[in-house]
Every structure is written in C-alpha cells, then in structure tokens.
Design a protein around this ligand. Structure first.
Ligand SMILES: NC(=O)c1ccc[n+]([C@@H]2O[C@H](COP(=O)([O-])OP(=O)(O)OC[C@H]3O[C@@H](n4cnc5c(N)ncnc54)[C@H](OP(=O)(O)O)[C@@H]3O)[C@@H](O)[C@H]2O)c1
Length: 256
C-alpha cells in the first residue's frame, strides 16, 4: 500500500501518516509546507513503524507546487492507494493571528478550498488511470463539525464557509468518481493541536463541555477514522462525512 498525506509535518496529518505506516503501508509520502523539522520527525516515526517515508515540500496555493507533488506521489509506486487531504492554512497561531479578517479568509480560500480542490482533481485523474490494486483507491478530505451549523465570531465566519465548501466538494467528487475511487471526509470537532495547546481557559472549558465524551479530541482520534475510511475495511463507504467530535453535547450545561 502506498499512501500520501498532505499536512504531514504536524497535528492530524502527522498522526494520519504514522497510522498509515502502522496499518501496513509500505511507502508514505508526507507533504509539508515550511516545517521541515516536523516532517522529519514524522518520517522517523514512519520508519520505526516499518514503512519508507518520502518528504515533499509544497505550498498548495501554488499550481507548480501542486503539479510537482502529484508527480512525486507516483514515483515510489505506479499506484496511490490512499490520498489524505489534511493540510490547511493556520491562521490562528503565529504571525497570521495579526492578519485582517479578509487576509485570513483569502489564505484559507487559496489553500484549503482552491488549492485542495485543484490538487484533488489532478489526483483523481491519476487514480482513474493507474493499475488496479487490492482495494478501491480512496481519497479523504478534512472538514469541520460545526461548519454547516455555524459558530459565532470571526473563526466561525471564516472556517464555516471554508470547511463547508470542502465537505460539499468531497461529496460531489465522490459522485463523480464512483465506483472507481471512494471519497470520504472527516469533520473533526475540538482537536488539541497547535491552537488547542495555547487556547485560554474559557476555550479549554468550552472544548471539553461541547463533547459528550467531555474531553478534547486528539489528532490520533481523527487519524484512526481517516485511515479506516481509506482502508479495505470500508469498501462500501463513500460520499460520507463522519464527525470525529466526541458527540456534540446538546444537554443544557449544569443540568441535574
Ligand atoms: N485542530 C482542530 O481542532 C481542527 C478542527 C477541524 C478541522 N481541522 C482541520 O484539520 C487539518 C489539520 O489541522 P491541524 O490542527 O492538524 O493543523 P496543523 O498542525 O496546523 O497542520 C497543518 C498542516 O498543513 C500544512 N500547511 C499549512 N499551510 C499550507 C500550505 N499553504 N500548503 C501546504 N501545506 C500547508 C502545514 O505545513 P507546515 O507546518 O509544514 O507549513 C501542516 O503540515 C486542517 O485542515 C484543519 O483546518 C482542525
């Protein structure tokens, strides 16, 4: 099995790449943008799990980078069995925090929506013409559990439309490619990655309270579902979006 994971230098992408190796992938290509150290740490974990990692730096908002990534993906093997679209622009930590709403929205659009859709179309073209493997090739997208319901504030107004677009695209691509390629989406809830680590007390409490499981999700919680949805164990599942959010808590807070 040969897998490709975008956004593999940290968080959910790293956990997914490691899970691919643990699930028996022979080769795992990790795409990252700037965090070379992080990508190398992921690669070490992949090697320790018995798979061969490849690292490719690419900015998904750049057409040349996307073409280079697709070409590199079909180098170690004439078949990509699973492609995980996990990369997403980080506009909540680092210097991007200071950007205007418009600049953040533009970046999210360029990377998470336009870049990801354009990349996925190129991946689909290659998957449709590659030699058959033991299982139907699969793609996985990353949405957000609150995207369709909405959330107050700037974050809701940015990530809502952006991730709803990704989720909508995933379903249309599934309709287009079936039955030759399966396409699914995970919709993470509050997952403790870079932003969660630095979130203030009120967000810490809110993230826990909004999950029926009463805790933050982990990157590995999402990775486990992502890898399952691209594995031969889920051959009859396509065009689905699965929330990985600990179950949304609809109970009134402090109810007896
Ligand atoms: N964490 C959550 O609570 C949560 C909830 C819902 C959805 N999500 C989504 O899940 C995905 C992963 O989130 P995460 O929390 O694991 O994020 P993360 O740790 O910030 O990882 C983001 C990854 O995307 C890459 N990336 C950023 N900009 C890129 C660009 N222009 N081109 C290519 N790659 C780029 C980063 O690469 P470098 O660091 O190497 O530059 C990194 O590998 C994202 O799509 C995010 O929106 C997360």
């Amino acid at each position: 099995m040969h897998c490709v994971v975008t956004g593999g230098s940290s968080g959910i992408g790293r956990a997914t790449a490691i899970r691919c190796a643990q699930a028996g992938a022979r080769t795992v290509l990790i795409q990252y943008q700037k965090n070379r150290d992080g990508a190398e740490q992921t690669a070490e974990r992949i090697e320790a799990a018995g798979a061969q990692p490849t690292l490719v730096a690419a900015d998904l908002s750049q057409a040349d980078d996307r073409h280079r990534l697709v070409a590199a993906a079909w180098q170690p093997s004439d078949r990509v069995d699973a492609w995980f679209h996990i990369a997403g622009a980080d506009v909540l930590t680092g210097t991007a925090q200071q950007w205007s709403f418009d600049d953040k929205l533009t970046r999210l659009w360029e990377v998470d929506v336009h870049g990801t859709i354009s990349l996925a179309r190129a991946v689909a073209e290659r998957m449709l013409t590659q030699p058959a493997g033991p299982a139907t090739p699969a793609m996985l997208f990353t949405g957000w559990d609150q995207a369709t319901e909405g959330m107050e504030g700037d974050a809701g107004q940015m990530f809502g439309p952006i991730k709803a677009a990704v989720m909508a695209y995933s379903r249309s691509l599934a309709q287009t490619l079936a039955p030759r390629v399966r396409v699914n989406c995970v919709a993470p809830g509050w997952i403790q990655t870079a932003w969660g680590d630095t979130a203030n007390d009120s967000w810490q409490q809110r993230a826990r309270a909004q999950a029926l499981m009463n805790r933050w999700g982990t990157a590995d919680d999402v990775a486990a579902m992502a890898v399952h949805l691209c594995s031969g164990d889920s051959e009859f599942i396509t065009a689905q979006t699965i929330n990985v959010n600990g179950g949304w808590n609809r109970r009134p807070h402090n109810a007896p």
